[in-house]
Design a protein around this ligand. Structure first.
Ligand code: HEM
Length: 182
């Protein structure tokens, strides 16, 4: 790689940091607004960490956190960090000859169906093809581990449960309250 190519890739990586942080805000938002999802997520986290709030997370933990991963994917389906990549419509509509149903349900379980793989290029949180995001595996690991490590120790809720998520330029504003879990 030339110096310029390295610089551009580093810069893209920095932008990626922003996207990861925004994605995390979206995740907190959806978890807070969906108590059943939160309950199921806490059950998964607690079954893995068994009340241990300090031990480092391991590779095996990561692979066991399948519901947390499903949450990340479901948030990305509805509200991806690259907003032009949304994969949902809140009104049923006909697009390109296909009738698309309204689908506003936040349902991470759709990702838990055994052997479910979305069709090629239909889930494009990280783009697709040769130029797809090289940070994708790192991002999934970061987001899933962050959810697990945060929620095993703390309870995080929106201060105003009715507030809508606010995005200004590339930043997301979300006001939350954080309390230690008993
Ligand atoms: C939630 C976090 C992130 C999301 C949603 C995301 C998403 C994307 C998307 C949609 C693209 C365009 C792919 C395409 O054109 O098909 C992209 C490109 C890229 N991403 Fe990410 N990204 C994230 C985090 C990161 C991180 C953490 C890094 C670096 C460590 C990174 C590095 C890059 C680079 C270098 C490119 C340009 C690839 C190329 O043009 O060949 N991204 N990303």
């Amino acid at each position: 790689m030339t110096d310029t190519e390295i610089r551009v890739n580093l810069f893209d990586g920095l932008l990626g940091v922003n996207k990861t942080a925004n994605m995390f805000s979206f995740i907190i938002y959806y978890i807070s607004r969906n108590p059943d999802v939160k309950k199921k997520m806490l059950k998964e986290i607690d079954s893995i960490f068994q009340d241990d709030k300090i031990r480092p997370i391991t590779k095996d933990d990561y692979y066991s956190l399948s519901y947390c991963e499903a949450i990340v994917k479901e948030v990305a389906r509805i509200l991806p960090a690259m907003r032009s990549f949304s994969r949902y419509t809140d009104k049923s509509d006909k697009i390109a000859g296909y009738q698309w149903p309204a689908d506003i349900l936040f349902n991470p379980d759709r990702w838990m169906v055994e052997n479910f793989e979305p069709k090629k290029n239909s889930f494009i949180m990280f783009g697709g093809g040769l130029r797809s995001c090289p940070g994708r595996k790192l991002v999934m690991i970061e987001l899933v581990c962050f959810i697990a490590l945060l929620f095993r120790k703390y309870d995080v809720n929106l201060v105003d449960m009715n507030s809508l998520i606010k995005c200004k330029a590339d930043y997301v504003k979300l006001i939350v309250e954080i309390k230690p879990r008993n």
